[in-house]
Design a protein around this ligand. Structure first.
Ligand SMILES: [Zn+2]
Ligand SMILES: [Zn+2]
Ligand SMILES: [Zn+2]
Length: 167
């Protein structure tokens, strides 16, 4: 079965600067194609979200931006987040009330997110088999699906190798 990976788990030693560069380049390209403006603040918020492969909360973004420009206020952040969400450049992880960058913003998709409970790393899949299976099962119950986002908690490859004893 094909693995429809949008954003994989990355090796901790990978050159993350390349991920950020790639994400910003993709964002610029996609905005240019759609004729929408990736303003400096929008690009900066996207860059901050891409700082790690982990979900980022809005107030952490606000803290970060305030240290750069004192005029940054919650509406500034929320407007930028709305834009980035609307353009598919980021996704919202509902269970954590936080945001992650999307590795493939050019192609609209429904995501399945794998969330590491130990280090917070997130990988994104978009597997049409999963999507249509859930849709069929829901239809069986007379339910019509508008949208689906799946959030799955567990351990990433890195943390599986060195699990922390909890408790
Ligand atoms: Zn990276
Ligand atoms: Zn995505
Ligand atoms: Zn992990």
């Amino acid at each position: 079965m094909a693995n429809h990976v949008v954003t994989p788990f990355r090796d901790p030693d990978h050159d993350h600067g390349l991920c950020v560069d790639e994400a910003l380049k993709l964002a610029e390209h996609n905005c240019a194609v759609k004729g929408v403006r990736l303003t400096r603040i929008r690009a900066r918020v996207l860059e901050l979200i891409w700082r790690r492969h982990e979900p980022v909360k809005a107030y952490d973004l606000l803290d970060e931006l305030r240290s750069e420009r004192r005029s940054a206020a919650p509406p500034t952040i929320y407007r930028a987040l709305d834009f980035l969400l609307g353009e598919g450049l980021i996704h919202r992880i509902e269970s954590l009330n936080a945001y992650v960058g999307c590795g493939d913003p050019g192609h609209p998709h429904l995501g399945q997110f794998l969330i590491c409970q130990q280090c917070n790393a997130v990988a994104e899949m978009s597997d049409p088999d999963v999507t249509s299976l859930l849709q069929k099962k829901a239809e069986h119950l007379g339910f019509s699906v508008n949208w689906q986002t799946i959030e799955i908690n567990g351990l990433c490859p890195e943390c599986r190798e060195s699990p922390q004893v909890s408790g």
